[in-house]
Design a protein around this ligand. Structure first.
Ligand SMILES: Cc1ncc(COP(=O)(O)O)c(C=O)c1O
Length: 361
């Protein structure tokens, strides 16, 4: 079987065991004689999958009973609107830390509901680094602070999180959800489109703490209220069952890989070897991101010319390596090495980078 070395930024590669499990169970899921796509979302068989996925997320993050996990549709982009819709009134202010394309979109949506204070404008540093705590101009009584933990396009990542005191901290973790151990307790809300680190597109994981939930507005349409999803355990309406099932399969694989500790170790090794190759040849590979802000998920760099970048992408593809092209808004090369990207793929692309530099310098 020919599986590509898949470096797409999302939808991204999924673990082979998670796919094989789905293949094996496709026609007869848990002895039901149906696939999980054809089974009632109220059945005990589906319920077990749904709750196992929630339990694994809570276990990996060490979340107590004051945190709720929900599965939402509409992508991470819907959360850009749902957060201010639930939490921000027209006379209130929310702080947004702007570090890339996705925070810009989140800011635009929040402005539809209330005041936005841009606590740090990453454009002033070319979006090439994450701000220091002392650079954040936070509003003391803001409704919340929103930031993007990993900037999928620019390849920057927060390695220590912003401190916001008593102001609720909200994070778009779409492109680095569950990539490493971290203390989730200071967060009031975390959301992540599944399609990078934990599953296929079509489901967004939401984590919300009790105290923030209590502050959500009541006067929104039923399905756009966080309370609806939490109170009904994401079963108010028909959830994206197959997507959640796949998330369960990926999380179960992560557990087999040693849980968050094992996953983090592997992620650091993969990104480490690629950055090492970049740093070993600074005349050929140019990394635009400040070292302290480098993403362990999306590694971006430039080659000496756009022609060489196109050649790198084309030659990579000939060798079975997909998704090496940088985002169309920034160009260059981007190698995405999420949780499910195997070590072998990272080794393969690192060897290719070295070989390419040697033959094109
Ligand atoms: C950090 C981040 N946030 C949000 C999004 C938007 O996600 P969706 O397409 O699921 O709405 C993306 C998509 O790549 C992303 O990388």
């Amino acid at each position: 079987m020919a599986r590509a070395y898949n470096f797409y930024p999302g939808p991204a590669t999924l673990p082979l065991p998670a796919l094989e499990r789905a293949q094996k169970e496709l026609l007869d899921f848990e002895g039901t004689g149906t696939s999980v796509m054809e089974t009632s979302h109220r059945s005990k068989e589906y319920d077990a999958v749904h709750n196992e996925a929630i339990a694994l997320i809570k276990e990996f993050l060490g979340l107590g009973d004051d945190f709720h996990v929900a599965f939402m549709g509409g992508g991470a982009s819907l959360q850009f609107a749902m957060i201010p819709m639930n939490l921000l009134a027209s006379d209130q202010t929310a702080d947004y830390i702007h570090t890339g394309t996705w925070s810009k979109k989140a800011i635009a949506e929040a402005k539809l509901f209330g005041h936005v204070n841009v606590a740090f404008d990453g454009e002033t540093v070319g979006l090439t680094r994450i701000p220091r705590q002392d650079e954040l101009e936070l509003t003391p009584d803001a409704r919340y602070v929103h930031f993007t933990s990993n900037n999928t396009i620019k390849g920057t990542q927060w390695h220590t999180f912003p401190e916001t005191g008593s102001v609720p901290l909200i994070c778009d973790m779409s492109s680095d959800f569950l990539w490493r151990r971290f203390d989730a307790r200071p967060f009031s809300l975390i959301y992540a489109g599944a399609q990078k680190n934990v599953g296929p597109a079509g489901v967004t994981v939401l984590i919300i703490r009790d105290d923030l939930l209590a502050r959500c507005k009541e006067e929104n349409p039923t399905l756009l209220k966080y309370k609806t999803h939490v109170e009904k355990n994401s079963l108010f309406n028909t959830p994206p069952c197959f997507n959640i099932y796949m998330v369960r399969n990926v999380l179960a694989w992560m557990k087999d890989m040693g849980g968050m500790e094992g996953i983090e170790k592997q992620n650091r090794r993969k990104a480490g070897m690629i950055y090492e190759a970049i740093d070993a040849q600074p005349d050929f590979f140019r990394a635009p991101v400040d070292r302290d802000s480098r993403s362990m998920m999306n590694i971006v760099f430039r080659l000496p010319s756009e022609e060489l970048e196109a050649k790198f992408v084309a030659e990579g593809k000939e060798r079975g390596m997909l998704g090496l092209k940088g985002h169309r808004s920034v160009g260059g090369i981007r190698i995405s090495v999420y949780n499910s990207c195997p070590m072998e793929a990272a080794e393969k692309v690192t060897a290719f980078m070295k070989e390419f530099a040697a033959s094109n310098s």
